[in-house]
Design a protein around this ligand. Structure first.
Ligand code: UDX
Length: 432
């Protein structure tokens, strides 16, 4: 099928590349000339395991192409995916939709034959209706369909999530469009992924509802972790005991710091904002947002508990600074708030991050990036396991720190408190 992807961010690149890898004829469009020139030579602007190889492979066999010519790309395609960013408008907590509507206006100018416009950008309920309204004109006699097809890709697992989705959600009442989109996803559906055809508004809401529920699940276990610390219970035991109940499910029950990333913080706020428009008070999601905001203070509170009030010249090492493993993404990572806080109190910060140096900390003079774990940990007063990269899961801290007193703040509960105790290491987890 002839597929055009508008927007080569995270969602657009992964979606376009995976559809090309299924044998479709894909053109990815972006107004950013540099980005497109780089993509044409296989230079990928994001860190996502497996993506670069797939882009190079499919560019070579010409199933995947890149262009800045949006008009020609749309005209030469039958299925147009809108994959542009929908950031939060920080003044109102609403969603910035200007990039979506800019893409829609380009599509309107190029409706040279029947086209299916598939919105994959995360948008509030009813935006699909607005897109249809903008596109409808006497001239094009509505020779198109607007479909909502939300993505559920996780950073770091995006290729896997696209190829083995739990479900493919397609929002349209058009039998014609549904038939065509179903055949586009057929290779994935055959792999036991559920295909759900629902209303367009239904599909738009499923996206927000899913992310807000996952954010709620994480906040629930994080709040219980606070109680576990007081009750001398290990939150990991509680997660296991709860998660074995299939009605609850064991995923997304890992206690830790505030959740981060580009989606949960943004989508929970957008859902509340959209619900307010319908005069519906989503009080549960509102409290999740409030709780997660407060939880951003947890790491610094713990660090003071461990090292005391005065942090001057304390050597503090961060293992990982991204919001989660498998990505170079720093959006809403705890480190973004914690490291400047510590730097301001004249602590000496060192960090080792598998995805490399982070410009977010460049202005902070007492923050240093190390290219290996050993140098980063040497003689450290406190080691903070910030991101649960695999390479942090079996470290010999005695060897690494080379000091009598070793203090570990494990924000991801990777280690066993008993083992640490047996090794005479001061160990501080979350909820245990
Ligand atoms: C999320 C959704 O999972 C995905 O379906 C959607 O398409 C985009 O948003 P992502 O933001 O990449 O994906 O990250 P995710 O793996 O969901 O983690 C989000 C945050 O929750 C991270 O800060 C992570 O550390 C935290 N988390 C996740 C926990 O604290 N505990 C858990 O058990 C799981």
């Amino acid at each position: 099928m002839k597929v055009c992807i508008i927007g080569t961010g995270y969602v657009g690149l992964v979606t376009g590349t995976c559809f090309a890898d299924l044998g479709n004829d894909v053109i990815c469009v972006d107004r950013d000339k540099n980005k497109i020139e780089n993509l044409k030579i296989g230079k990928v602007p994001i860190f996502e395991p497996g993506l670069e190889e797939l882009i190079i492979k499919n560019s070579k066999i010409k199933t995947l192409n890149f262009s800045t010519d949006i008009n020609k790309s749309i005209r030469n395609s039958n299925i147009i995916f809108i994959c542009v960013g929908t950031p939060t408008n920080n003044k109102t907590n609403s969603v910035e939709l200007k990039y979506v509507y800019q893409a829609v206006r380009s599509i309107k100018k190029n409706l040279n034959n029947y086209k299916i416009i598939v919105n994959k950008s995360t948008v509030p309920v009813t935006v699909g209706d607005k897109i249809e309204k903008i596109l409808t004109s006497k001239k094009n006699k509505k020779n198109f369909d607007v479909v909502s097809n939300p993505e559920f890709l996780r950073e770091g697992e995006a290729i896997r999530d696209f190829t083995y989705p739990d479900r493919v959600v397609v929002g349209t009442s058009s039998k014609k469009a549904n038939k065509i989109i179903k055949s586009l996803y057929l290779p994935l559906i055959k792999k036991d992924s559920r295909y759900i055809n629902t209303s367009r508004r239904g599909a738009e809401l499923i996206k927000y509802a899913s992310n807000a529920f996952l954010a709620t699940k994480i906040s629930y276990i994080n709040e219980l972790a606070n109680m576990c610390e007081k009750a001398s219970v290990d939150i990991k035991d509680v997660s296991i005991g709860m998660g074995l109940d299939q009605r609850i499910g064991d995923r997304f029950l890992r206690a830790g710091p505030a959740y981060g990333g580009s989606c949960f913080p943004k989508d929970t706020k957008a859902l509340v904002y959209a619900a307010d428009k319908f005069k519906v008070n989503l009080s549960i999601v509102k409290s999740v947002i409030k709780f997660n905001e407060l939880r951003k203070n947890l790491p610094t509170e713990k660090i003071h508990k461990i090292l005391g009030k005065n942090l001057k010249n304390k050597k503090i090492t961060f293992l990982g600074v991204t919001f989660k493993p498998g990505t170079d993404d720093m959006r809403e990572a705890s480190s973004i708030k914690v490291i400047p806080y510590l730097a301001k109190r004249n602590a000496e910060i060192r960090y080792y991050e598998p995805t490399g140096y982070k410009k977010e900390f460049k202005k902070l003079k007492n923050v240093k990036f190390f290219t290996n774990i050993k140098d980063a940990c040497m003689l450290s007063d406190l080691i903070i396991i910030h991101t649960e990269w695999n390479e942090f899961k079996q470290l010999n801290f005695r060897k690494l720190v080379n000091k009598k007193i070793i203090k570990i703040f494990d924000m991801r509960n990777l280690y066993s408190p008993d083992n640490m105790k047996n090794n005479k290491i001061s160990y501080f987890g979350i909820g245990r």
